[in-house]
Ligand binder design. Structure first.
Ligand SMILES: [Zn+2]
Length: 189
């Protein structure tokens, strides 16, 4: 009978669990796993599985290249991504419009005009500061605003609401609004 081969992640998990509380070196991990790209596996075990693996960044008594699994208990894993349903709910609520600059999908990126703007769901209070996935804490931002690159003057709240409504409207309605605005501004010039 052929036994299924263990994955590198599985081998590292078992090795750490067999040596809980002991200092492990990267050399040992490399040998056990049979791969040199073990760092990503360690990250997955920590972030996706909640294993309490510590490094010299977490503990002053560890040297670089040393790890320790502190406990067999797992910490609760916080999902990194909001669900597609929630994402759609926020996009719909914000009218597919960046809540800082008013950009929408298909608009050119203000800093790389050859690229199109991408919309992200932003946590108003970041998760790292205790922000939750509650819809009140979520908003749509474009890639530029999300990275803090945009210093465009922020549209007023009423302008943002209108922009969001116009984006949802059919193209023919957008054209009507455009013609109306163009006409009214030309008259004044
Ligand atoms: Zn923006």
């Amino acid at each position: 009978m052929i036994m299924p081969r263990k994955s590198a992640r599985q081998k590292i998990r078992e090795f750490l669990e067999a040596n809980v509380g002991k200092v492990i070196t990267t050399r040992q991990i490399r040998e056990i796993a049979g791969i040199s790209e073990y760092a990503r596996r360690i990250r997955e075990l920590r972030n996706d599985e909640g294993m309490q693996i510590k490094t010299h960044i977490d503990r002053a008594d560890l040297k670089p290249g040393e790890y320790i699994l502190e406990s067999l208990n797992r910490t609760p894993v916080i999902s990194q991504n909001i669900s597609p349903a929630l994402r759609n709910q926020i996009l719909e609520r914000n009218g597919n419009t960046c809540q800082l600059c008013g950009a929408g999908p298909g608009d050119p990126d203000p800093f790389t005009p050859s690229r199109k703007v991408r919309l992200h769901i932003d946590h108003i209070t970041p998760r790292s500061q205790g922000g939750t996935d509650n819809p009140d804490n979520l908003r749509v931002l474009c890639s530029a605003c999300n990275q803090g690159r945009s210093n465009i003057q922020q549209p007023s709240e009423s302008a943002l609401n209108l922009i969001a409504r116009i984006r949802r409207a059919p193209r023919s309605v957008k054209r009507e609004i455009y013609d109306m605005l163009k006409g009214s501004f030309q008259e004044r010039d």
